[in-house]
Design a protein around this ligand. Structure first.
Ligand code: ATP
Length: 359
């Protein structure tokens, strides 16, 4: 049976550096949950603490109602898939997948049934008698996946499982993993540094930086409401413009951006410098208007369903704006003078350091 995983105030220290700094997460039963962040942010360390390969220095991790801090890795009933496949080169595909079941002393008929089912699920039935050396990287990774699920783990842990595969295979494999995970409803914790992969595969994501969890949410929630400028930059593209709070009235807070004033209803009272963040698709381009932020088209790139523009603002800052093909009749020319509308319901306002969202 699948389990929820609860992580409370978990800490891992290397020397005087907290590789995992007070992590708190509840991963729901049957959920595909991703730890996402740049290299060195601590995601593998946290996954290894859940697996039982790294000691938990402080805090507590539980599967269901059972605290597992002191339970050794081989008794945690986890399935694991790693980046480097880690399948046994001298064993046939069948024996690789059967390995965990034999170790658990399951009877032969049941082993045959479960291995066949697992191979069918990863679409590898016809390869059961092959040696791993006769398989491609993608096929080896499917065997690793079959081997991890065949034991009916309480929790499935995956550490960059697609990193060694080429771009096209990565996309195919992530769909296979997602479907399988949904069919089997195994609580799954997935580690990646690839933001697109995380958005595509996850039910929810935790974004990490320097050992600290920055934000937890659904892919849509994290993409649309990044809680700080690091997240907005790491996931998707964000334009950041310097702004300054000029005062407040019944229409909201007045922020000066590129010599124009925008009115925004901030959830907090704030004075001084701010950073205004907007995704390329959250800015509207219009013909030049005096009271809007002005810019000049540097270049437009036609990308099928949208056109991506590089636009230079009057203060010299260059931003990216996307315009959807369905809304337009022509591509704007380099040198065209335009105005840009930042609507208050789409943009994000952060404090002067970019660490805290104010909206
Ligand atoms: P990557 O995507 O590069 O694998 P990561 O986010 O998984 O990165 P971790 O491997 O968890 O990062 O490492 C987190 C931090 O802990 C890094 O600064 C790393 O150098 C440090 N670290 C990891 N393992 C050890 C160790 N055994 N001894 C000392 N420091 C370590």
């Amino acid at each position: 049976m699948s389990h929820q995983v609860v992580i409370k105030n978990a800490v891992k220290v290397y020397g005087d550096y907290k590789a995992v700094n007070n992590a708190n997460l509840t991963i729901k039963e049957g959920e595909l949950f991703t730890l996402l962040g740049p290299s060195g942010c601590g995601k593998t360390t946290l996954l290894r603490m859940i697996a039982g390969f790294n000691k938990i220095d402080e805090g507590q991790i539980s599967f269901g109602s059972k605290v597992i801090n002191d339970i050794p890795a081989h008794k945690r009933n986890i399935g694991m898939v790693f980046q480097n496949y880690a399948i046994f080169p001298h064993m046939s595909v069948f024996n690789n997948v059967a390995y965990g079941l034999k170790a658990r002393k399951i009877n032969k008929a049941e082993i045959n049934k479960r291995v066949s089912k697992a191979l069918e699920m990863v679409q590898m039935t016809q390869f059961k008698d092959r040696q791993p050396t006769q398989l491609s990287g993608g096929q080896q990774q499917r065997i690793a996946l079959a081997r991890a699920i065949v034991i009916h783990p309480d929790v499935l842990l995956m550490d960059e499982p697609l990193s060694n595969l080429d771009a096209k295979l990565r996309v195919t494999m992530r769909t296979i993993i997602r479907k399988l995970q949904k069919d089997l409803k195994i609580t799954t914790i997935y580690v990646t540094h690839d933001q697109e992969e995380a958005l595509a595969i996850s039910d929810r994501i935790a974004v990490m930086k320097l050992g600290v969890i920055q934000q937890v949410g659904t892919p849509v929630n994290i993409y649309k409401s990044p809680q700080n400028t690091f997240i907005g930059d790491f996931i998707g593209t964000s334009n950041y413009l310097k702004g300054k709070v000029m005062g407040k009235d019944k229409n909201g807070t007045k922020i000066s951006v590129n010599e124009k004033i925008i009115n925004i209803k901030l959830s907090k009272d704030y004075q001084g410098e701010v950073i205004v963040g907007a995704r390329p698709e959250e800015i509207t381009i219009v013909d030049r208007k005096d009271d809007e932020i002005s810019g000049e088209i540097i270049i437009g790139t036609f990308l099928g369903d949208f056109i991506n523009y590089e636009i230079k603002l009057s203060n010299g800052k260059i931003i990216e704006v996307n315009e959807y093909t369905k809304d337009i009749s022509h591509i704007r020319n380099s040198g065209d003078k335009v105005s840009l509308i930042l609507s208050s319901n789409k943009i994000h306002v952060y404090d002067g350091t970019g660490e805290e969202v104010l909206l």
